[in-house]
Design a protein around this ligand. Structure first.
Ligand code: ADP
Length: 454
């Protein structure tokens, strides 16, 4: 069931319940009022007749005639008057005698002074009346035709009004819920038009209400998705570019050498160049593989307690194996007393890749091919600084150096593919650490990596 229909039905049900409660209270209060008012009327009639009979000495036949005549047109009250000995002194119509007063009933009237009860639908009152110091017992009974029919009318009107109101409320509810959900319908229609090929479309809701907030959040999510789609597209085109360049170079070299007879020296040169380009390709594919590993869900990567100094030494060895002229010195800024102080919960392989990248960058962008690594720790984390005295990074480049395939304007100084730092950044993030860079052309570059112990 649609939310709109559910809301309409709920609204109708709630209002109908309130209306029903309201009408019920009014009906029962009218019922009580009618009953009370009619008892009072009966009491007044009984007293009036007793006055006429006892005080004004109107004779029995005249009073009975009045009663019989009135009975034809009105709901005349049937009154009986008994003396203290329970003997009947007067009765409007002995032949009708609706109440059938028993001695027990008269006894109760005498004791209680006032008695009210129903006999079928007729209301009856019995009361004690004093005249010239003597008690009389009066009974008065009548059927409240007028009151009952008024009450019945009121009930019928209430039922009709209730049904009409519920129907009206339902249709108004439908109308208003349709109005309230119109923006949602619009948003759905707009959202349906958005697909992978037109991610630039937005819902653009100008209001300030909750729905506009939802639409804006959705738009923001689309912006993020669009950016990540764009990044993905760039990534793929960058990879193909990076792959094509060395491959084209290898093909060109080999084609050139097969065009005509060459000297041994020239062949050696060609093979050396082809080897160099192939190594670039291997490095690129290794970096891409590592990038894929670092992009895994952290729960899929094996983490264990590892000593950062040992990983640093391993990384240095790796770098040295590839570039024998690179030099690295490690300095411990604080003396460590236990393994825990220089350990983190991490993935040994990925951390080694990250450190190798930083060491290699520091050496390759420095004329002296040298980098100094400073290690320090505190209660919560380990801080490793990779400081070189190289050519530094241009200020405009600093914000982008962690973007995949980005190479700074100093790229002529050293070979590379622009993946190293983005991979390092990913790995450090995966270890819940941070990486910051500080660079000036004059004093070189310092990368500061902070890794939490756990
Ligand atoms: P690559 O080294 O393959 O070019 P990276 O992702 O490792 O790619 O680095 C991105 C860019 O950041 C480099 O091209 C370079 O411009 C700059 N960079 C990184 N480390 C240093 C450094 N230690 N000194 C100077 N520039 C650096």
């Amino acid at each position: 069931m649609k939310v709109r229909t559910r809301l309409t039905l709920l609204f109708t049900f709630l209002t109908a319940t309130i209306l029903f409660g309201f009408a019920t209270v009014i009906y029962f209060s009218a019922k009580d009022t009618r009953e009370e008012e009619f008892y009072i009327l009966l009491e007044k009639e009984a007293v009036t007749k007793a006055n006429l009979f006892l005080n004004a000495k109107v004779d029995t036949t005249t009073l009975q005639d009045i009663y019989r005549n009135n009975r034809e047109i009105l709901n005349e009250v049937e009154v009986a008057i008994f003396n203290a000995d329970f003997d009947l002194s007067y009765h409007d119509a002995v032949d009708i005698d609706f109440v059938k007063e028993s001695p027990e009933m008269l006894e109760r009237i005498s004791e209680e002074g006032l008695l009210r009860f129903y006999q079928q639908e007729w209301q009856v009152v019995g009361l004690k009346y004093w005249y010239e110091g003597k008690p009389y017992l009066l009974t008065a009974a009548a059927l409240d035709h007028y009151g009952y029919s008024k009450l019945k009318d009121q009930l019928h009107t209430s039922i009709v009004v209730f049904i009409l109101s519920v129907v009206l409320i339902y249709f108004f509810g439908r109308y208003f819920s349709r109005k309230a959900f119109e923006p949602v319908k619009e948003m759905t229609a707009k959202a349906k038009r958005i697909s992978a090929t037109n991610l630039d479309l937005r819902i653009n809701s100008p209001g300030k209400d909750e729905l506009s907030e939802l639409a804006n959040t959705f738009d923001e999510m689309l912006t993020r998705l669009e950016n990540s789609f764009d990044a993905q597209r760039h990534f793929v085109s960058n990879i193909s570019h990076e792959l094509r360049t060395p491959l084209s170079a290898i093909i060109a070299e080999l084609e050139l050498s097969t065009n005509k007879e060459r000297s041994i020296q020239e062949y050696k040169e060609t093979i050396k160049n082809a080897l160099g380009d192939s190594e670039k390709l291997v490095r690129l594919s290794n970096s891409l593989l590592d990038l894929a590993k670092a992009s895994y869900d952290p729960s899929e990567i094996a983490f264990k307690n590892v000593r950062v100094d040992e990983i640093l030494i391993d990384a240095r060895q790796d770098v040295k194996r590839r570039n024998s002229d690179f030099k690295m010195n490690v300095f411990f800024e604080s003396e460590f007393e236990c393994d825990h102080q220089i350990s983190v919960l991490g993935n040994e392989y990925l951390l080694k890749v990250a450190f190798s990248n930083l060491i290699e960058n520091g050496c390759k962008f420095s004329a002296d091919r040298k980098i100094d690594v400073f290690m320090d720790f505190d209660q919560s984390s380990i801080v490793i600084k990779f400081a070189d005295k190289g050519i530094g990074i241009a200020e405009e480049d600093i914000a982008r150096i962690f973007t995949p395939f980005f190479r700074g304007r100093n790229k002529q100084f050293a070979d590379g593919n622009g993946i190293g730092l983005s991979l390092t950044h990913k790995i450090i993030n995966l270890h819940k650490g941070t990486i910051a860079v500080n660079s000036t052309g004059a004093t070189g570059t310092v990368f500061t990596v902070t890794l939490p112990h756990r």
